[in-house]
Ligand binder design. Structure first.
Ligand SMILES: *Cc1c(COP(=O)(O)O)cnc(C)c1O
Length: 466
């Protein structure tokens, strides 16, 4: 009963929040305007047949909405750090843009930490996760004062000796796996009974071990669980956070003080890849947390969130020129430059990761005409390199453009160097009335760079004279 009322309330609230400010173009209109301008300004064209576009206004709006969502459900002064999961869009200018919107960084490798630092994200706004941290990485993080979440007992033992040998300002937490079960995509589900992440709370003796580990270490002040992911229902995510919150309450009761002062709820809010609607929203999730776990948000705990996909996915568009239009077995095929190198998950797991495709003509105008089932193929040399199979779209011709939508996270910025295909340029855009401005967030990779990265420099003769 209570659940249904709650959901109804949530739906009403969402209708309210979806009203756009007057004068602001809807995301789909901005995207069409940007595609047109990208063609007119030569951001894409015969010489640059592939580019990633990022809608800066959309990114700013999502960052503001995320902050607002949690401010609304917590008392003033509650410490909340929103740490963007860098792996979703590992680009320094994006991290800097988010930083200017009050968003920090969640990093999980030395490379990601270096990107966050290059973007000027402060140690206080940075969180280090990852299931495989080396002693050197841990030492660096503790020296910098970056929050660290230990994944397992062996890692905690390493941290023990580092904390014992040098003072640190780093908040230290333990990552737990509430083992609430998986979502619709097995490879992305982090809270299954046998997930590789964190300490499995429901395994025999594990919960008691966690409690003892905390009581033995007064400096262990955080719990972390990242149990959401694409394909995960909201209610299950809330359950994962709930198990973590209850554990914190138990630890604090046994400790007789508020030892666990911060709960890191991870990220993993699913994204709607089926339309332009943002659903679920961060506000919906925050309200659901508030309704189910009021004690988590009553100001006694600081919070960390680690959203990635839900902040960036809807603001990215992968734009590719149709190099050739052909037919095989009666099926029209548009051969483009967007394939496995920029849409790896979609190409290898098309059923889990379908992408919307929009068709544009050679001038970058939305293409109309009767829908015809056609394949949108990539440039890589294997038959499965398809962005979409038998997709009904206006018949594409040579020189047209296709756009793969909702690709701002884990797509064009997460390059896979199959066939030595170059990393495309990535451009942020803003629209002002009739004018669209672009700025490169990442220049296209050159073939000279490809050669150098493939051992074409000093290593050139390395194998011949071994
Ligand atoms: C990948 C990851 C995230 C971000 O997940 P999204 O689904 O992109 O929100 C957050 N925290 C951890 C620990 C992760 O591994």
């Amino acid at each position: 009963m209570a659940h249904d009322e709650d959901d109804q309330q949530t739906d009403q609230d969402d209708q309210r929040t979806q009203v756009l400010p007057t004068g602001a173009a809807a995301p789909a209109a901005r995207r069409d305007q940007a595609v047109r301008a990208a063609v007119e300004q030569g951001v894409v064209g015969p010489a640059a047949p592939l580019a990633g576009l990022l809608d800066i206004a959309g990114i700013r709006a999502s960052a503001a909405a995320l902050r607002d969502a949690f401010e609304t459900v917590t008392p003033p002064g509650t410490p909340v750090l929103h740490a963007f999961a860098v792996k979703a869009t590992p680009l320094v200018p994006v991290l800097r843009l988010l930083r200017s919107s009050g968003i920090g960084a969640e990093v999980a490798s030395p490379g990601e930490l270096a990107l966050a630092r290059a973007a000027g994200v402060t140690p206080a706004d940075t969180v280090l996760d990852s299931p495989a941290k080396t002693p050197a990485e841990l030492r660096q993080a503790l020296a910098l004062g970056i929050a660290v979440n230990a994944d397992n007992p062996q890692e905690l033992a390493r941290i023990d000796s580092l904390v014992g040998s040098a003072p640190t300002g780093s908040p230290v937490g333990l990552r737990v796996n509430p083992q609430i079960g998986g979502g619709a995509i097995g490879a992305l589900s982090t809270a299954t009974p046998t997930s590789k992440f964190g300490i499995p709370l429901r395994d025999e003796g594990a919960r008691e071990w966690v409690i003892g580990a905390c009581l033995d270490r007064p400096w262990l002040t955080r719990l972390h669980a990242h149990s959401g992911s694409q394909g995960m229902p909201l209610e299950m995510m809330v359950r994962g956070v709930g198990a973590t919150y209850e554990l914190a309450e138990e630890i604090n009761e046994r400790a007789g003080r508020r030892q666990i002062d911060t709960i890191d709820i991870g990220g993993g809010l699913p994204v709607n890849f089926g339309s332009d609607e943002e659903s679920p929203t961060h506000a919906q999730y925050a309200r659901r947390l508030k309704a189910r776990l009021p004690g988590l948000l009553d100001g006694r705990y600081g919070l960390v969130t680690e959203f990635g996909r839900s902040l960036l996915a809807k603001h990215g568009t992968l734009l590719a020129r149709v190099e050739y239009a052909k037919k095989a077995g009666g099926r029209p095929i548009a051969v483009t430059h967007a394939g496995v190198q920029v849409a790896t998950r979609t190409v290898y797991a098309p059923l889990s990761w379908p992408l919307r495709i929009a068709a544009y003509d050679a001038k970058g105008r939305p293409k109309s005409g009767p829908a015809v089932g056609q394949d949108i193929a990539g440039p890589a040399c294997f038959a499965g390199d398809l962005l979409a199979e038998n997709r009904p779209l206006p018949l594409l011709e040579q020189g047209d453009y296709v756009a793969a939508l909702d690709t701002g996270a884990y797509y064009f910025a997460a390059h896979y160097s199959y066939n030595s295909l170059a990393r495309p340029g990535i451009y942020g855009f803003t629209t002002h009335a009739d004018e669209v401005r672009f700025a490169a967030a990442r220049e296209p990779q050159t073939v000279d760079e490809i050669v150098a990265e493939a051992g074409g420099g000093a290593e050139r003769d390395a194998l011949r004279y071994l």
